[in-house]
Design a protein around this ligand. Structure first.
Ligand code: IMO
Ligand code: MG
Length: 427
């Protein structure tokens, strides 16, 4: 199967980094298609431990070409820092490329992200403050600046002048902040342009060439379906299409070219930032999971909210993405619990719901209805075959398959590559 998408199926942080690093071994190309440095993909492999924000998790395999597609927004400072960090650990970046159509995070995006959040008060989204929302607003509002623009200095200066005038009006008149200085940004970004130039390519053509050569391409999703700007818990979402469809527009790839879509689910659920989460555990079980699993944001360090697996949003996620299989991560974490709950439906105003409502006000009033399964309470991190899992763990996974209406393909039982149960080969 040459083109496989790995898509976050919950509220992000499902363990996509580990899965992509693992699957990349068999891939020729790994591509990021959406989001920006709001992503934090943790990878632990023989090269070391890494928190990837922009660079695809396929970078650790020397033969793999890594692409940051047009759908991603790039903060040049983060990109260059990440490259330095990789190089310092002897990871080569000579097969890394960035789309000439990818939009840039500019200084005013970072500033506006912080100011907008502050102005939302108690309705704050809890963004990562990486400038993501303001950058995508500019992209859609036709005020964006793209990586390719940095290579045309005169045109870039004119464009920046026009955009900055508007941004400075907002900064000074709406937020009473200091205006930004054109020349300073121009010089800084021209310098970034020089450093980025060797990476900038027409990446859509590179993807097409790989497909013509029948190479295996892995699409690395960022964020999760419940953070999708259309199908997530709006407005507590990110500003991109995090779902499968985003992979096509975020790369210039026909949907007909996709051979498989694997949704990544954590064996429980987590969320960072604001917004409803019906199965959130505000008790000692939630605390136990958070501590045992070190559930802290890879990008912001914030503690993650933890809860039981929510099969209502899970089934929804499988449906709107069209998952051909799902990948279950961190099953080993549940080993500490004597019994495990799965939310199979919600109760709302006396009615039973099996699909999440679109309104967050309604979702916040939904009471989860649980099914309780026995735990296995034994270490499973050294298990490599499905049939060797304790019966209770197999029952848990099989119940998720039924509820998600989708077969499991991979189960992760630890952070290292080899701590994986390959139920079905994906690539
Ligand atoms: P990965 O790729 C978890 C959340 C933020 C916030 C909301 C909007 O590691 O799964 P933004 O900065 O995007 O405007 O913030 O989205 N968020 C994530 N949560 N994992 C992520 O990425 C996230 N990227 C954004 O916490 O609630
Ligand atoms: Mg993350």
């Amino acid at each position: 199967m040459p083109v496989i998408a790995v898509i976050g199926a919950q509220w992000g942080d499902e363990g996509k980094g580990k899965i992509v690093d693992l699957l990349a071994e068999k891939a020729h190309m790994v591509v990021r298609f959406s989001g920006g440095s709001n992503a934090g993909h943790t990878v632990v492999n023989p090269c070391g431990e890494f928190k990837m924000h922009l660079i695809p998790a396929g970078i650790f395999h020397r033969e793999v070409t890594c692409i940051i597609g047009n759908g991603v927004v790039i903060d040049p400072a983060v990109f260059l820092e990440e490259i330095e960090a990789l190089k310092s650990q002897d990871v080569s970046v000579d097969r890394l490329f960035v789309s000439d159509r990818a939009h840039l995070i500019m200084p005013y995006h970072l500033q506006l992200d912080a100011l907008e959040e502050e102005s939302r008060g108690s309705g704050a989204i809890g963004t990562t403050k990486r400038g993501i929302g303001p950058a995508y607003m500019d992209k859609v509002g036709r005020l964006g600046i793209r990586t390719g623009d940095l290579l045309e200095r005169d045109a870039f200066l004119e464009r920046l002048r026009l955009v900055l005038e508007q941004k400075n009006r907002i900064l000074t008149r709406v937020y009473q902040a200091q205006p930004l200085v054109l020349e300073e940004i121009y010089e800084k970004y021209c310098h970034y342009g020089e450093l980025l130039a060797p990476f900038i390519r027409e990446t859509d053509l590179m993807v097409e060439e790989a497909l013509e050569r029948k190479q295996k391409v892995l699409l690395e999703g960022a964020q999760g379906t419940l953070l999708d700007v259309d199908f997530g818990t709006y407005p507590y979402v990110t500003s991109t299409t995090t779902m499968t469809g985003g992979a096509c527009s975020g790369l210039g790839l026909s949907p007909l070219k996709l051979d498989g879509i694997a949704g990544v689910f954590k064996a429980y659920i987590t969320r960072v930032g604001g917004g409803p989460m019906p199965t959130e555990l505000l008790d000692e079980t939630g605390e136990l999971i958070r501590e045992h699993a070190h559930e802290r944001g890879a990008t912001t360090g914030r503690p993650r909210r933890c809860g039981w697996f929510d099969a209502v949003v899970g089934r929804f996620s499988a449906r709107v993405n069209g998952f051909s299989s799902f990948i279950l991560t961190r099953l080993d974490i549940l080993s500490i619990l004597p019994s495990i709950k799965i939310c199979t439906a919600y109760r709302h105003d006396g009615k039973t719901l099996t699909s999440p409502p679109s309104s967050v006000a309604m979702l916040a009033r939904c009471e989860p209805l649980y099914e309780e399964l026995p735990g296995w309470q034994t270490d499973i991190s050294d298990i490599r075959r499905f049939e060797d899992l304790p019966g209770e763990a197999r029952t848990y996974v099989e119940r998720l398959e039924e509820l998600l209406n989708c077969p499991v393909s991979i189960i992760s039982v630890g952070e290292r590559r080899e701590q994986t149960i390959m139920v079905k080969e994906l690539l």
